[in-house]
Design a binder for this molecule. Structure first.
Ligand code: FAD
Ligand code: DLZ
Ligand code: SF4
Length: 508
């Protein structure tokens, strides 16, 4: 049976389920660069270049393995604007008996494919994405009947199921989680090993020219470009991380240092999410490093939890709750995103650093995304649509299945506490403890009110006051309510006045 095997840009794995049982003589692998995917949000230039280059390299590897590959370049004369028009054309051209595609990562793409399938004269089979350790069905079953879904319990089940860091029936070392050891502030003399970088080859150069010509109005710096674009290169990044950085990953997981955009993080999300790396091999590499005595348990467990726990969990939450999740706005946040999220032009040094690094690298590490950029969006009450769009387009690892739960659930509390047990809201002292940003800021982190005060300080209390009714039922915020009640009216008025003045100043 002649089969057209449709591979999307984030499915660049040789073991992808849509290739299972492939007949290299008869079947055709179809891949396409389409305009709509690049502009449905105006992705960072580096993100488009990364993905197109990785797609072209992947197609070349398949051809080397004697697959028949039909690859549509964005600048081909016969290029198409959407997946479905490109697919329709490929069916007409190759005349297959059926199409097989692996389940897409985004709800809108799934719906388009389902609509296309309903009108198609040949079967369009959408098969499970077996790269994930928890299938969408399994997550549905796990979630059934639970009032609230907590990542920690899901994670423990996954540890047991795959027997990862287990000592018989018990967690290795006696505890499931070593986060209490993982919150060290940065030391002054901290030396961060250099990350792996790769010279662009001819394929990447061609893509860089294409993106420079076609997407110059998009956010972000296209060059320098040194990302891995093949599986071989991505494996080098993983190996270097395991040997050079993993031992201190846990200790400095929450630390931020000016001029160190990656710290002890792996910077592998780009590769994991488009398929150049497989989550199972990343987990196995970290577990092996622990068993070989090369990395401590708090580091290996902390890293494994991100992939086996958080990554799988947010995907489950996404598919369980779409399409409603996209409209969640529990706190009724309605402000616009400040202009400095695009330019980096702000006196708040922490935000300036995180935005500028995002602009340069299409990357920021987790704590920058969560406790600086995300914390500000939460405290300022930015509308979830604005925040989701920003996160989806600025990061080269962003696909809706992973971006949206992190934004809507984790940073904005827009799902009312479904994903996060409390809002990740913090004043300036948290950022000061975990970074060196404040010593280089024009605001004073120790000052609570007035024009010199760190805006996070009054924004925090204004956020609590504004959302009091909605947060009161959360016992983890209860302490904050008591502190608020002990403040005098004068103090509360000063907080409100500072907040209003600040919002006026930044034009939101
Ligand atoms: P490391 O810190 O080295 O962690 C290793 C891996 O664990 C990551 O590569 C990633 O695959 C996984 N991981 C860690 N935290 C999470 C998490 N919260 N959710 C899912 N996977 C996780 N991650 C994305 O891959 N795409 C996104 O679009 C994305 N958007 C985010 C938006 C916000 C507001 C926040 C707070 C987090 C977001 N994350 C996203 C999660 C996390 O910040 C990134 O995965 C991480 O920064 C990627 O860098 P790394 O590979 O160096 O990660
Ligand atoms: C992000 C992206 C971009 C910019 N371009 C393409 C493309 O031209 N072709 C493609 O197959 N995939 C692209 N992607 C990734 C898709 O948006 C991704 O496959 C879906 O978001 C997953 O459902
Ligand atoms: Fe950010 Fe406030 Fe510190 Fe400035 S003082 S860097 S605004 S936390």
């Amino acid at each position: 049976m002649k089969t057209l095997r449709f591979i999307l840009g984030d499915q660049l794995s040789h073991s992808i389920s849509s290739l299972e049982g492939v007949d290299r003589q008869e079947d055709v692998v179809f891949m396409c660069e389409v305009h709509d995917e690049a502009i449905y949000v105006k992705h960072h230039k580096k993100k488009i270049a990364f993905l197109f280059s990785a797609m072209r390299h992947f197609a070349a590897e398949l051809r080397d393995k004697n697959f028949k590959v039909d690859y549509l370049h964005l600048d081909d004369e016969k290029s198409h604007t959407s997946f479905t028009s490109a697919l329709g054309n490929a069916i007409a051209q190759h005349n297959p008996d059926r199409v097989i595609v692996t389940h897409p990562g985004e709800y809108r793409v799934l719906k388009d494919l389902e609509a296309f399938a309903a009108d198609s004269s040949i079967p369009i089979e959408i098969v499970d994405d077996t790269r994930f350790l928890c299938s969408i069905d399994h997550f549905h079953k796990w979630a059934e009947g639970r009032k609230s879904l907590r990542m920690e319990y899901f994670y423990r089940e996954m540890r047991r199921k795959y027997h990862i860091l287990m000592d018989g029936d018990h967690p290795e070392g006696g505890a499931w989680n070593y986060d209490s050891e993982n919150r060290k502030p940065p030391k002054e003399d901290l030396s961060v090993p250099e990350a792996e970088g790769f010279e662009p080859d001819a394929i990447t150069r061609e893509v860089l020219d294409l993106v420079a010509n076609r997407f110059s109005a998009h956010f972000g710096d296209l060059e320098p470009f040194d990302l891995a674009v093949t599986r071989k290169q991505a494996l080098t990044v993983l190996r270097r991380f395991i040997s050079d950085k993993l031992p201190l990953f846990g200790d400095f997981q929450d630390a931020m240092v000016q001029g160190e955009p990656v710290m002890f993080h792996a910077k592998i999300s780009f590769y994991l999410n488009c398929g150049l790396l497989n989550p199972k091999e990343c987990i196995a590499a970290a577990e092996q490093a622990y068993h070989d005595g090369q990395t401590p348990l708090n580091a290996a467990e902390g890293f494994i939890r991100q992939i086996l726990g958080w990554r799988e969990y947010v995907r489950g939450v996404y598919w369980l709750n779409m399409p409603d999740y996209a409209h969640a706005n529990y706190l009724e946040a309605d402000r616009r995103l400040p202009a400095f999220y695009w330019t980096g032009e702000t006196k708040l040094n922490c935000l300036r650093q995180c935005v500028l690094e995002t602009k340069q690298n299409a990357y920021a590490h987790h704590i920058q995304r969560l406790m600086v950029l995300g914390n500000f969006a939460l405290l300022a009450g930015i509308h979830p649509d604005e925040v989701n769009e920003w996160y989806l387009l600025v990061y080269a690892d962003a696909y809706e299945w992973v971006e949206m739960p992190n934004v809507t659930g984790m940073i904005l509390y827009a799902d009312g506490g479904y994903l996060a047990s409390k809002p990740y809201a913090a004043g300036g002292s948290y950022i000061n403890k975990m970074s060196d940003y404040c010593s280089q800021c024009s605001y004073k982190v120790t000052v609570k009110n007035g024009p010199k005060a760190c805006p996070f300080n009054y924004l925090y209390w204004d956020f609590i006051m504004r959302n009091r009714e909605k947060l009161e039922s959360n016992h983890r915020v209860g302490m904050m309510m008591k502190t608020l009640d002990r403040m005098g009216d004068q103090k509360r008025d000063a907080i409100r006045d500072d907040t209003k003045r600040f919002f006026r100043e930044i034009g939101i």
